[in-house]
Design a protein around this ligand. Structure first.
Ligand SMILES: [Zn+2]
Length: 518
């Protein structure tokens, strides 16, 4: 049994949950479900990031206390994930007292080590970025990310002497090529560490005179901590650092999931902070790309953020999460449109999977009194389906280790295809007309019921409600409680003859696309 601590970024409370947050959260949930079924010790964390100028600014604009504002948006994230069935072992907020203690503890360690010093700094500051900009952060005098003019500021601040760790970090990355994955992001981080990248020591304080919405520095009460230095420590605090029993074991198996826009803090700041605090580094940094919507970047101003709750109401959440996992190759950008979603639902879920489930169970009702029939001896065709289940189970295990969820789903759907093809070849609706082929009909339906059990088990981390429904219909309701993947999905004959099955309605009714531009 190995420890798998899976983290999403803690989401900044300046926006409501959209497709980007939902994707990372669904991946975390899917990995957690998979590893629980594989017998691993899983601890899954999400939460909200609540400090900093930006929140103080928007709260002030809304005429609210930042705490009240943060409570509201944080609760919205929490309730959205709950409503969607995405469950976590810890929902951490950077305003939680145990997080504040953990941040101050790390600050004390790093300060005592001599890695924090006090310097005067004069420069151009972007409120959107919450930091001083360098030349390469600007285009025509405007912040590259925020397209607004930075303000000139002089400040005495505390700096984390991060650059002293760049060599050690670069060596770690060279030594362990998949530590930051996929490889393109590893190369990006290596480029950030090069001297010509302009990356310098990190300013980690804000004077209270201009910002008091933050965690106070333990060694200087006139300052609060920079929001990134604060936020990253949530990954430790959520596991119980520094004083709750068991945090070290959980930390030993920590897998971070992030989108590529926050690669620098996670690929550079965070490992340098951990080295400075003499803490072990994370297992992997897993970086995914962006979701575009209708081929455009998502943005508040375009209003194309895609609400996960709306998608659930319209299509069901299993269908939406299936699309997210199936259509994004982890690491690359992908595009969402309702048309693509509907096409995917119809092709994979309604026609392919749904059809297999309904054909198998309708014929079991018709030709076998609704119970899993006693088979005759299996022939090569049956052996082929069994082999397809074994292959699918093993490939899913491999793909999940590499975070290739779309490939894992492809492997499961090869089993669905193989079973559909088998059913077509055996054609029990014809065979049932010839009494001397009754044994063949029983064998065919028995084989399909076994395949449905394997498919249900394998699909469970990806589309949990649908998988539970398939298992229930095929009389394997309890299979998930004791299942161990991948072995259990290969175990043939686990659905005993005589087990009652249930037809039920179509799992995924075909959806007609609304056409025309009205
Ligand atoms: Zn900016």
């Amino acid at each position: 049994m190995s420890a798998w601590s899976i983290t999403t970024p803690i989401y900044y409370v300046n926006a409501e949950p959209h497709i980007g947050h939902t994707y990372t959260t669904v991946v975390a949930d899917t990995l957690a479900r998979y590893h629980r079924l594989a017998g691993d010790d899983v601890f899954c964390v999400t939460g909200t990031d609540e400090h900093g100028d930006k929140i103080a600014e928007v709260a002030a604009a809304a005429g609210e206390d930042p705490r009240v504002f943060a409570d509201r948006i944080s609760n919205l994230f929490r309730s959205t994930w709950q409503e969607l069935g995405l469950s976590f072992d810890r929902f951490i907020r950077t305003t939680d007292p145990d997080h504040v203690r953990a941040v101050q503890h790390v600050l004390e360690l790093v300060h005592a080590k001599g890695d924090i010093d006090f310097r005067e700094y004069r420069g151009l500051y972007c409120v959107g970025c919450e930091r001083f900009l360098t030349e390469r952060d600007m285009v025509d005098g405007l912040c590259r990310d925020h397209e607004r003019a930075p303000e000139e500021r002089t400040e005495s601040n505390y700096f984390f002497r991060m650059t002293r760790y760049f060599d050690a970090l670069g060596e770690k990355i060279e030594r362990e090529p998949d530590w930051i994955r996929p490889a393109r992001y590893r190369n990006e981080v290596l480029a950030m560490l090069r001297e010509d990248s302009g990356l310098e020591d990190l300013c980690i304080s804000r004077p209270k005179t201009r910002l008091d919405w933050g965690i106070e520095l333990p060694f200087d009460p006139d300052y609060v901590c920079y929001v990134w230095f604060d936020a990253l420590i949530n990954y430790l605090a959520a596991l119980g650092y520094p004083d709750q029993p068991g945090w070290e074991a959980r930390w030993g198996g920590v897998e971070h999931l992030i989108a590529k826009d926050i690669l620098k803090p996670h690929g550079v700041f965070w490992p340098c902070m951990l080295m400075a605090a003499d803490l072990p580094l994370y297992q992997h940094l897993n970086v995914h790309g962006y979701w575009n919507v209708d081929d455009r970047k998502i943005s508040k101003s375009l209003g194309n953020m895609v609400s996960p709750l709306k998608m659930r109401d319209k299509y069901g959440f299993d269908a939406f999460r299936y699309f997210l996992l199936r259509d994004m190759s982890f690491g690359l950008d992908s595009s969402f449109s309702e048309e693509a979603l509907v096409t995917r639902i119809n092709a994979d879920l309604a026609n392919n999977l749904g059809n297999l489930v309904s054909r198998t169970l309708n014929m079991t009702a018709r030709f076998a009194d609704g119970v899993v029939p006693e088979p005759d001896a299996a022939g090569p065709l049956e052996a082929g389906v069994e082999a397809a289940a074994r292959e699918a189970a093993r490939e899913v295990a491999t793909r999940m280790r590499e975070l290739e969820m779309h490939r894992a789903l492809e492997a499961i759907f090869r089993l669905v295809d193989a079973t559909n093809k088998y059913l077509d070849e055996r054609a029990p609706w014809k065979a049932a007309k010839e009494p001397e082929r009754a044994g063949e009909v029983r064998t065919t339906l028995h084989t399909c019921c076994q395949a449905l059990r394997s498919i249900g088990l394998l699909l469970s981390p990806f589309v949990p409600d649908t998988a539970a429904e398939i298992l229930d219909r095929v009389g394997a309701t309890d299979a998930l409680a004791s299942a161990r993947l991948p072995d259990d999905a290969e175990r043939w004959g686990a659905v005993s003859p005589g087990t009652p099955t249930r037809k039920g309605d179509a799992l995924f009714p075909r959806i007609e696309l609304e056409t025309g531009d009205a």
